[in-house]
Design a protein around this ligand. Structure first.
Ligand code: ZN
Length: 681
């Protein structure tokens, strides 16, 4: 079902790193960086940035209203993602919110600062597990201090259940928050253990992996050419000894939040740009009213065909990365409008999609004879919600259902104002200087890094995920737990292979292939080295996109050794990887693409396992230590998230005459306001 699903959460990471390397993007005005504070907060391994919404003021009133209503719908699902991530997240968050609002004691104490850091981390991760590693993080203050905080509050309400006292709540939360062993991992990847009982994510309660597998086997029709996305919008629980699904919809699971989402979607439908878009929104409302996944498919088909409108959105249970079984969608929303100028770039790529497919090095049996409906656009994000807030992808390719993609195509988007914000925020971070082997490499990154990065995202999303096909009879789930890293590697390799093709210059997508070199420099360095800044000492690589980058880079490094394609060099005690032959490296990317496409098309689980386990999981401990040391000296945060703008209707004589946009800079305020205004569960 999810062969080409690809919210490229972690491509955002490539960009963070890439952005950090492009000290100054010469094509963008320097002045903006001075007037506007892009980074407004930093704590733990996180930084809080702001993004601008250029072009909003120039939209028509109806389009502004549309953005506003869809934006409200995006915020109304905030509680859902907290609840999905872990069953106690809402209780924890409401308790933390109440303390931040109502604590009457000393707010200058070091313990209080630690409390605030913990609280901000919970807000950021939409729960108590790290948004990226999915490990539970533990406060640096004591449980006694926590108890004292809760008791010294005034004028606030705590989330007490019936008959529960404040002491009961404290006793209940103590192990939940402070015991590292209790629900330690949101999403377990350990294939040797029960993936469900070892995952804290709230998609399953009281059921085991074999029970869930059996349940879905029983209700799935393998011969159905147009299967619904079984289990996408539900939680599997045991009731009276029976395995059943609780469906999320208006009168079901998460109903009160769904009701508010529907309310704003109805407003949005009233100002839709055209009939087609109105149908899209109305179909989504029907789906939320019923929980019927067939309606969700109908909605997706309408949505993917709606290519004319300027304003667009994602709203629903979408990506399945947080489910160890790869079935359940995390709730997310993104409101956006098309960047007309930058979309000319993706139009060029889309228009040539068949050429890229025909000329790729993969076995003709695995190629698509007809590349269908790759629509791509560059967008301006206007509101982030649910799982896409505050940490957001920089590229999205939807819908996820394989048969819909095959029959109706998919929409691929690049969030350029987000990558721009990353770039601006990283000006002068020192990252590029530290990790570039030479001045030449650094200068090249400065000159072409942002451009090559955007193009890489487009090629990955528009072409990579959309390329290739499975042999008849091969199940999209054949690669199981290795599906995601292999799929990401496939898309990345497609992008990397073509990045160095003369066609890029011919089509005007790159000014010179020297820019492609900048992309190769970054990808090799990231895959072999700098992405390790995101991993704790002693741990292995788990996240799918990170595994993908590691396996691609390690593989070409190993295979290129006889011809010294990439060499490892030590300068002043610091390690660098130097690309000696860019053309040979391109060939190696091509060779691996051939193999990864074969694995995918044939559903070769054993080969997938070997490839990922050999090249994508293990970490060179020595190198890791060195990278962490070098990185820590720069005092940077490896993960970024964004504060949303605020949209306020301007009302005259009872009618909306304009929508005003503002860019607040206080993360705590935004979180408290969201908790106050958008808490429905
Ligand atoms: Zn991807």
């Amino acid at each position: 079902m999810n062969i080409k699903r690809s919210l490229i959460l972690a491509l955002a990471f490539v960009m963070v790193i890439l952005a950090a390397e492009c000290k100054k993007n010469e094509t963008q005005p320097e002045a903006a960086a001075q007037e506007f504070k892009w980074q407004v907060d930093q704590f733990a391994d996180l930084k809080i940035l702001r993004y601008k919404v250029p072009g909003f003021a120039g939209l028509s009133l109806a389009k502004k209203e549309l953005v506003y209503y869809l934006g409200e719908a995006a915020l109304c699902g905030r509680d859902i993602i907290f609840a999905q991530n872990y069953k106690h997240n809402l209780t924890i968050r409401k308790t933390l919110d109440a303390v931040v609002e109502g604590y009457k004691g000393d707010r200058t104490a070091p313990q209080w600062k630690k409390f605030m850091i913990y609280t901000k981390r919970v807000w950021f991760s939409n729960g108590i597990h790290h948004h990226y590693s999915t490990d539970k993080f533990i406060p640096e203050f004591s449980s006694e201090y926590f108890a004292a905080l809760v008791k010294e509050c005034e004028g606030v309400e705590f989330p007490l259940t019936q008959d529960q006292t404040l002491d009961d709540l404290i006793t209940f939360l103590k192990p939940v928050i402070f015991d590292p062993a209790a629900d330690a991992k949101k999403v377990s990847q350990e294939a040797t253990k029960d993936l469900i009982t070892n995952s804290a994510v709230n998609f399953y309660q009281g059921v085991t992996q074999p029970e869930v597998e059996k349940y879905y086997k029983n209700i799935t029709d393998e011969d159905d050419p147009t299967p619904i996305s079984y289990g996408l919008n539900s939680r599997v629980v045991k009731k009276d000894g029976k395995v059943v699904e609780e469906i999320a919809f208006l009168n079901g699971l998460y109903g009160p939040a769904v009701e508010k989402i529907i309310y704003w979607l109805e407003k949005a439908a009233g100002v839709a740009e055209n009939d087609q878009q109105q149908q899209v929104i109305k179909k989504l409302i029907e789906y939320y009213q019923t929980g019927d996944l067939e309606k969700f498919d109908e909605y997706n088909i309408l949505w993917v065909n709606d290519v004319e409108t300027r304003v667009d959105f994602v709203n629903g249970f979408i990506e399945v990365y947080s489910d160890p079984m790869g079935r359940k969608g995390s709730w997310e929303s993104l409101v956006n409008f098309k960047d007309l100028e930058a979309t000319k770039r993706t139009d060029t790529i889309s228009a040539n999609a068949q050429w890229f497919e025909d000329n790729s090095p993969v076995d003709p049996r695995f190629k698509r004879k007809e590349v269908k409906g790759v629509t791509a656009k560059v967008i301006t994000a206007a509101m982030l919600g649910g799982d896409a807030y505050p940490s957001t992808p920089i590229g999205i390719n939807l819908p996820n259902a394989t048969w819909i993609r095959k029959t109706h195509g998919s929409k691929s988007v690049t969030l350029e104002n987000i990558t721009y914000a990353y770039n601006q925020a990283s000006l002068g971070s020192g990252f590029g200087k530290e990790f570039s082997v030479s001045k030449e490499v650094l200068e090249r990154a400065k000159k072409y890094g942002a451009q090559a990065g955007n193009l890489h995202t487009d090629l990955h999303e528009v072409l990579g995920h959309g390329s290739g096909q499975l042999l008849p009879g091969v199940s999209p789930e054949a690669l199981k737990n290795y599906h995601s890293p292999v799929e990401e590697a496939r898309a990345d390799l497609f992008a990397l292979y073509y990045m160095m093709d003369d066609k890029m210059v011919e089509l005007g997508l790159l000014p010179t292939l020297n820019a492609a070199r900048a992309s190769y420099d970054t990808n090799i360095r990231n895959g072999l080295m700098t992405q390790l800044t995101r991993i704790q000492p002693g741990k292995t690589i788990e996240q799918a996109h990170m595994r993908s980058r590691a396996l691609v880079s390690q593989w070409v490094y190993e295979k290129g050794k006889p011809e010294n394609v990439i060499s490892k060099e030590i300068k002043d005690g610091k390690t660098f990887f130097v690309i000696n032959d860019y053309q040979k490296l391109r060939q190696l990317y091509g060779e691996l693409l051939v193999e990864v496409q074969r694995i995918t098309s044939e559903g070769d689980y054993e080969a997938a396992r070997k490839l990922v386990e050999t090249y994508g999981v293990q970490v060179d401990q020595e190198l890791h230590k060195e990278v962490l040391e070098r990185y820590s000296k720069l005092n940077l945060a490896p993960y970024g998230g964004f504060i949303n703008p605020v949209y306020t209707p301007v009302i005259k004589d009872g009618k909306i005459v304009d929508i005003k946009i503002e860019y607040p800079a206080d993360y705590v305020k935004q979180m408290l306001r969201y908790s106050k205004d958008y808490s429905f569960l």
